[in-house]
Design a protein around this ligand. Structure first.
Ligand code: CTP
Ligand code: MG
Length: 227
């Protein structure tokens, strides 16, 4: 089944500390943003992309799309102060039935097999998110004292893409907006409308470029995949 991907790209990259949007930083001489867009440009199941961007960055991004021959971008919409608002802007701009993926522009290493699995699961059940099982031992601590060790066999680190039938995501987004609810991912707003969200096992290398160390990991991953 085909899908449209919504890509929030309107962040500031504060934790990266570059002094500008981290998506413009380069890995192997190509902006992170372009690495991510190329995944979808090359996926024949992807019908189109909608990006949310900062208004002042629109010209830079338009130039990049042209320079790197990215052809599937249907719209660049204005992002908001919070990630959820940037995604909401993409959702409003789309207005078409079918499967939509929401994917952080800052995750360039998403694998094709995971995308396929998310799209299949969302078309069957309505909602599916990518994640990996937690590797570390997780404890709850209060005032510096360990209170509890959590059973990690049921704990997942959540990533993007997150895949939904458009109607489900739209309803969830409208409700969150009307009620002033701010979640940290799309799953949270969809869980609130009572839809079961399915876990799809992803890979540990689908890292988000968030801090300086992630760039080092990113360089290594690129080198490895080129081999
Ligand atoms: N994003 C967005 N609009 C916002 C905030 C974030 O579109 N108001 C996007 C980012 O551009 C990124 C994705 O959401 O592609 C994931 O967010 P994150 O990794 O937190 O990026 P930033 O918000 O840019 O970084 P930071 O939180 O360190 O400032
Ligand atoms: Mg952020």
């Amino acid at each position: 089944e085909s899908y449209t991907v919504l890509l929030p790209a309107a962040g500031s990259g504060n934790r990266m500390g570059a002094g500008f949007n981290k998506l413009f930083l380069e890995l192997d001489e190509k902006p992170i943003l372009i690495h991510t867009l190329n995944v979808f440009e090359k996926d024949s199941a992807c019908d189109g992309m909608i990006l949310s961007v900062k208004e002042e960055e629109r010209p830079i991004i338009e130039r990049m799309l042209e320079q790197y021959s990215i052809t599937k971008v249907k719209a660049l919409v204005e992002g908001g102060a919070e990630r959820q608002q940037s995604v909401a802007a993409c959702i409003r701009a789309h207005q078409t039935d079918g499967i939509v993926l929401v994917h952080d522009a800052a995750r360039p290493f998403i694998r094709q097999e995971v995308i396929v699995s998310l799209v299949d699961t969302a078309s069957k059940y309505g909602a599916a998110i990518a994640g990996v099982l937690v590797k570390d031992t997780i404890k709850v601590a209060l005032d510096g004292i360990v209170k509890e060790t959590v059973d990690r066999s049921k704990l997942w680190t959540i990533q993007t893409p997150q895949a939904f039938r458009y109607g489900i995501l739209k309803e969830a987004s409208d409700k969150a907006e009307a009620e002033g609810f701010l979640g940290t991912d799309e799953s949270m707003i969809v869980e609130r409308i009572g839809v079961d969200v399915r876990m799809v096992e992803s890979t540990y290398d689908n890292v988000k470029m968030t801090t300086k160390e992630d760039l080092l990991f990113g360089e290594v991953l690129l080198k490895h995949r080129r081999q």
